[in-house]
Design a protein. Structure first.
Length: 164
C-alpha cells in the first residue's frame, strides 16, 4: 500500500481515537449477576479508560490506534461472531425467519418481540443473541455449538486460548 495512503489512514484513526476516547468517561455498563441483578462492575479507573480502534483491510493490512495491544473481554462483540456462525450453520433464510435485523435502538438487555413478524428484532441485543446461539447448534449437542463459538472466537482473537 502506498505510504501516503498508510499515513492518511493512521492519522485519521488517531483523530477518531482522540475524539471518541473520553465520550463516556463517567458511564460504565451494568452487568447481570445471578441473585444480584444488574450492577456496575468493580473496574479500576485505568481499565475503564481503555479504548482502541482497529481497521483491517480486505488485503490483510491492519491499522490500529489506542490500546490495541491490551487483552479485553469480548462481551457483546461476541454476538457478531455467533451471528456469523448461525448464518453459516442454517443459511440466511432460516436465520431471518427467527431473527430480524432491525436496528431498534433498544438497550442490550431488551426483550422486545416483533409480533408482526413473529421474531426477535435484533440479534445484537441479548434476547436475539440467545436465539442466534440456539441456531449455531442447528440440532447438535450443546457442547458442539459451544465448541464452534469458542473456535470462532479463538480464531479471531489468538489470546483467547488462555481463557478457554
Amino acid at each position: 500500500m502506498d505510504q501516503e495512503v498508510v499515513g492518511r489512514i493512521n492519522r485519521r484513526l488517531d483523530e477518531l481515537y482522540r475524539r471518541h476516547l473520553s465520550l463516556h468517561d463517567d458511564e460504565v455498563v451494568g452487568y447481570y449477576e445471578s441473585d444480584a441483578g444488574y450492577h456496575k462492575p468493580e473496574i479500576l479507573d485505568e481499565e475503564q479508560k481503555r479504548f482502541s480502534i482497529c481497521l483491517p483491510t480486505t488485503k490483510g493490512e491492519v491499522f490500529v490506534a489506542g490500546d490495541h495491544d491490551r487483552p479485553f473481554a469480548l462481551q457483546s462483540i461476541s454476538k457478531t461472531f455467533v451471528y456469523g456462525l448461525a448464518l453459516e450453520a442454517c443459511e440466511r433464510e432460516r436465520v431471518l425467519a427467527r431473527l430480524g435485523v432491525e436496528p431498534n435502538g433498544d438497550a442490550f438487555n431488551s426483550i422486545v418481540f416483533d409480533e408482526r413478524h413473529n421474531c426477535l428484532f435484533n440479534p445484537m441485543v441479548n434476547a436475539g443473541a440467545l436465539a442466534t446461539t440456539d441456531l449455531v447448534g442447528d440440532g447438535d449437542a450443546l457442547e458442539t455449538a459451544l465448541e464452534r463459538i469458542l473456535d470462532a472466537s479463538s480464531d479471531a482473537t489468538p489470546e483467547a486460548e488462555t481463557w478457554r
